[in-house]
Design a binder for this molecule. Sequence first.
Ligand SMILES: [Fe+2]
Ligand SMILES: [Fe+2]
Length: 441
Amino acid sequence: MNPVKFYLLTDTHYFEESLGAEGKAFEDYMQKEQYFMKESSAIVKSVFNRVAEDTETDIVIIPGDLSKNGELESHKSFIKELYKLRESGKKIFVITAGHDYGDAFAFKNDQWIDVEGTDFNALTDMYKDFGHGDALAFDEPTHSYMAQITENVRMLAICCDSENQPKGAMDERLMAWAKEQLDKAKADNCSVFAICHYPIIPPVPVFDLIGDTKVKEWRKVASFLADNGVELVLTGHMHIQSINEYYSENGNRLIDVCTACLVGSPAKYRKITVDENSVLNVETIDVGDFGGVPDGVDAQEYFDNQFRNSIVTRVTRALDGGKGIVKHLKKFGKKFVLTGKVGTLGRILFIRLDKSLKNMKIKDLIGEVGLAIFMGDMPYVEGTPIHNALNKVLKRFSFILKKVEPKLQKCDVKIDLKDMLLNTVGNNKGYSDNNAEFKLK
Ligand SMILES: [Fe+2]
Ligand SMILES: [Fe+2]
């Protein structure tokens, strides 16, 4: 791969605050939202200012979910910020995604209100100066494009979150278009890396079983890219820090660097370098203080608390509702999650737990493990109390797992749920999800 250097930040979810982000309905909505809405514009401005100051890196790439939910006014304000960043000498490349078009909402007077959304087709013109306006090729139905990044490096921007195809899919037609562009790049002696809003490789093993967490038919898409000379893809969408490798049947590798949401925990962005020796270096940078963190509060803690609370709220709200006995069971479950201790759960399941876990509240455990997964470099590896506890729970229920596994299998790759779950809470890949180096071809 030829040398190249750029900033990668994604899922900016920019919201124009004057549309309305206040009142009871807003506060209730934020209970389950992982990322900040009201503060998003301040966060984006703060990070753009820091990126602008770095005179050694002049390329910035943003693979989708630019606005909160497609509000036209959010796009207009965000685009103003992009032009400001461009004035500092940066070349900026974006793609849009599912949160960039369609119906939109805001909050005023304690209520949800409708605000003007954005038409998918209008996005092309709005973002023309940030990628496809001077692209080598542009795919009209999806807004995918091929751009010349440096003299001998090109970027294949795959837009798989358009109105004109199933969400998260790279269909045969789009693949044929991409193949044509990749063949041309090869003929012109240019290296190519790709961006795509959806992860191509599931960011953590268990996401292989959950739709919409990666592109549809991901093994096929990953093999297509790897076998056509793309060794690096940069993705977002899942708001998670993860790096994964996949080898096609022909032995070609694809590395997927999936980056977190900029405006919510884990609140990271990346600086990516490929040097003259084709060594890929991925460096992770904290969003940190953006000027809106309350006095005395650590910036990372401010982001992370929102994340922990949102996960617990999602779990407990899933336990709302129901009828008759189900309603009572759910109510009991909700109370147990909010006030119960991990030690009590251990006794119910006849599992001996490490002392450090016994007095921990269940809701705190959910928050910590959830956060650790999205932060990358998941620490609960073999030998740690949480890994041991999960291992024992999975052993206890192994008879159920064995019955479920064949039903979950969608292709000829065998599913081992225990393995998948343990490797989701503990990183066993041999490299970091945050700062890593790979020798490329
Ligand atoms: Fe997003
Ligand atoms: Fe997304």
